[in-house]
Design a binder for this molecule. Structure first.
Ligand SMILES: [Zn+2]
Ligand SMILES: [Zn+2]
Length: 234
C-alpha cells in the first residue's frame, strides 16, 4: 500500500527542520530526522489504517528534505525532483518567514506532546472545506475546544439569563423564533481565540466562546474573525 501524500501540517514540520539543519546533515541517521519520523507517526491526520510500516519512515523524511533542496532556489546542489505542488506552495509561502514557520511547527508539536489531547483529536472527523494556515492539527484542536458540553451549556445559560434569548452574535438568527419548540436551546459555540494562540494546555473560558448560528459558524471557519464577518454580512 502506498503511503498517503503529505499533508500541510507534515510539510510545515519537515520544512521547519529543513530550515534548521545543515544540508549535509539531512540524512536518515540524523537524530533530528529520526525524531521527525516518529512525530509524523503520532499526528492525528491520517487514518491509522493508512499508515503502513513504511509510513513516514526516516527514508521518507530524508526524501522530503531532498525535495526541498530541489525546490530551494538558494540551494546550490541538486536535490530530488518528484515533489508535490503543495510542497512548493508551502515552501514559497514561508520563504523568508522562518520565525512564523517555526512558531506554527512548535505549536503543532506542543499539541501532539499532550497524549490525552492527541488521542481526542484522532476522533475528530475531517472537514473538507476548512482553510487554516496553521494546518489540520490546530484546527482540530479548535473544534475539540468547541465541543466541551459543560462550558457550552454554561455559556448558553449565562447568555440566556442576560438577554432572554439565544441569538447569533453575527446575524441575529434565533433558532427558536424560526423553528419553534424544535429550536429551543439550540445555538453553536465558536471558539474566538485565534488559532495561532491555541495550544495544548489552555482551558476554555466563557469569554473565549461566541454563540453563532450554523451558517455563520461555517463562514467563521473560513478564517475570518467575527468582526470581519459582521461587516461582510448582507
Ligand atoms: Zn448567524
Ligand atoms: Zn468554530
Amino acid at each position: 500500500m502506498k503511503s498517503p501524500s503529505w499533508h500541510r501540517d507534515e510539510i510545515i514540520l519537515a520544512l521547519d527542520l529543513y530550515r534548521t539543519l545543515d544540508s549535509k546533515d539531512m540524512t536518515k541517521n540524523n537524530p533530528k530526522v529520526i525524531e521527525l519520523s516518529e512525530l509524523l507517526n503520532e499526528l492525528p491526520i491520517h487514518e491509522r489504517n493508512m499508515q503502513n510500516e513504511k509510513f513516514r519512515n526516516t527514508n521518507g523524511v530524508q526524501l522530503k528534505l531532498s525535495n526541498f533542496k530541489y525546490i530551494d532556489p538558494d540551494f546550490a546542489g541538486k536535490g530530488m525532483s518528484g515533489c508535490s505542488n503543495q510542497d512548493k506552495e508551502v515552501f514559497f509561502e514561508f520563504m523568508g518567514k522562518d520565525e512564523e514557520l517555526h512558531a506554527i511547527a512548535s505549536q503543532i508539536k506542543l499539541v501532539i506532546s499532550n497524549k490525552d489531547i492527541n488521542c481526542k483529536l484522532n476522533k475528530i472527523e475531517d472537514e473538507e472545506d476548512y482553510s487554516a494556515k496553521e494546518g489540520k492539527v490546530i484546527y482540530k484542536l479548535h473544534k475539540l475546544r468547541e465541543r466541551d458540553r459543560k462550558i457550552n451549556n454554561k455559556k448558553k445559560t449565562q447568555y440566556f439569563e442576560k438577554y432572554g434569548k439565544l441569538d447569533c452574535e453575527v446575524c441575529g438568527f434565533d433558532f427558536q423564533k424560526s423553528y419553534g419548540d424544535l429550536g429551543i436551546g439550540f445555538i453553536e459555540a465558536h471558539h474566538r481565540v485565534p488559532l495561532s494562540e491555541l495550544n495544548g494546555e489552555k482551558t476554555t473560558k466563557l469569554n473565549d466562546l461566541a454563540l453563532v448560528c450554523s451558517n455563520c459558524h461555517r463562514m467563521l471557519h473560513r478564517s475570518v474573525s467575527i468582526d470581519e464577518l459582521k461587516k461582510q454580512i448582507k
